[in-house]
Each structure stands twice: as C-alpha cells, then as structure tokens.
Write a protein that binds this ligand. Sequence first.
Ligand SMILES: [Fe+2]
Length: 307
Amino acid sequence: MIPVRRLGYAVYESPDVLRQAEYYEEVMGLVAVERTASRAVMATQMGQEVLVFEKGTSNHCPRLSLEVAGDFDLKDAAKKLAPYNIKTSTRTGVTPGVAHAVVFTDPKGTEIELFSAPKSSDAKPRGGGIAPVKFGHIAFTATTAQSISNFYCNALDFRVSDWIGNVFAFLRCGPDHHTCNFIDGPDGAMHHMAFELKDWAHVLTACDLLAHHRRPIIWGPGRHEVGHNIFIYHRDPDDHIIELFTEIDLMKDESLGYFEPRPWHRDRPQRPKVWGREEAAPQWGLPPSADFRRQGEQHLARQGHNG
Ligand SMILES: [Fe+2]
C-alpha cells in the first residue's frame, strides 16, 4: 500500500478566485502564496499550502493532495495502485510548494495528487485573521462510504477510527482521529473541510472574528461525541462549510489501539467502534441550524437528480 501520512491541500473551482483569496486572507488568516484572477494558492502562517482555488463555474472540489511517508518512492505508486485497476500519471510544477506529484483518480472520482518533501512557503503573513494551525480533515460523500473507506484503508494506509452506523466513516492517516470522512451520498461531493485551532481560547477568538466579519456560525460551539473535538462551523463566500476545531482525539501510538485518555471520554479506554446515531450526537451544544443541514439535503437532491 501507499503510506499516506498527511493531508496536503484541497483544490476547488471558484466563480470568483480573488474573492475567495481575500476571504481566506482577511478572515481565516491564511497567506496567498500565489494569487491571480485564475488561481490562488493559500498557505497557513506556518507555510503549509492548504487550499487552491481555480477559476471555474462551480464550487466543486475536483482534487485533493496527500503527502506520503518520507521514505516512500513515488515511482512505486503506479505498481501499488495497479491491483485496483487505477492508472497514474505525473505532474510537475504543481504549486509553489509541490514540485512533483503522482496523480490518480480515486473510486469516487476525486483526483488525488500524491507528493512528498513539500517546500514550505516563506511568504510573510499580513497578520490578523483566525490563523488556524493546520488543515485537519475533509469530508466527502460517496457511493458507498463503505467501499471508498475500504479503498483508502487497503490502498492508502488509512485506518478506521470510528463509524456512525454503516453510513459515516472517520479515517485517520496519522495521530489525529480523522483526516478523511466518507458519508453515504453522491460520489465526490465535498461536505465540509476543517481547520485546527490551538485551543478553546482560539475558538473564542475565532467566534469574535467571524462576528466582526458578519459570518454567521451555523453550528456550535459544541463538543462532538465522535472524535470529541470542540467545533464551530460557518460558510465561506463560495458556500463551503468550514469547521474550526480543537481538542480532537489523538491515537499517539497505533500499537496501543486506543485514543489518548481524555476527561470527556465515556469509554475507558476510548477505542475505535461503531456508534449508533443517537449516541453519536454531540456531548453538548445546540443541534445544527437549518443552514448547516441544507448541505446534506443539497447532496441528496443532486443524487436524486443524477438518478
Ligand atoms: Fe469535521
């Protein structure tokens, strides 16, 4: 299998690339390491590229990049994916930080760029904004969550952290409880993406900053039961749901098989499991707003439309 170790950047089409770049710089506190009307590449203030916006007609997420283990030779990726009837190609000069990538399309139709040894940006942050510490996870819908999860685990070395029923998977490729979510639905629709904040005080600062910029919080603050992260969600100008989180469960040592014990865990120790829908509800906080819930309704409507 291919040892994927970290989320790289997500690539989105955008009808207005400069508006997205401005939002992610001023409100989210990212840094534009490349910015034209046709493409913007955004990095954290620590220099990791996390988002790419390309001029398009929709807000679709056609590509995702994943960083592989430092000792993995990307030349071996084609051979590892051949058993799944997946073909690869190569791409150079991908972003300012990624000189070379091996590219393939996953079974739900998302193009994946595999890379290693990225170059960190040294672009100067403008200061201000929320300034997350990293791009933590991304959630997609797929037909079915089970089959795409099997592919990510068997081919890309992801591990199952938790399931809600048999329709919502939480997969990790490092210590964080989840790096990718897969939810039953139409293939390849992005549900939400999540950025990690330092601590609860940083979440509070983010709430005040979002209020200052008149961006409503559409769910939270609350603490999830599955993954146990504190969360708030809002929408960006292209209508993507953005989660800001902290205190996510960590499996610091895979050989132990349980997450680092935390005061809010009810299972001792907290091991990967299948949660019922009711017991998976957040530990505290109000239910999601109608504006949050319309994401799933839109995906279902599109699935119906596509037959
Ligand atoms: Fe999330």
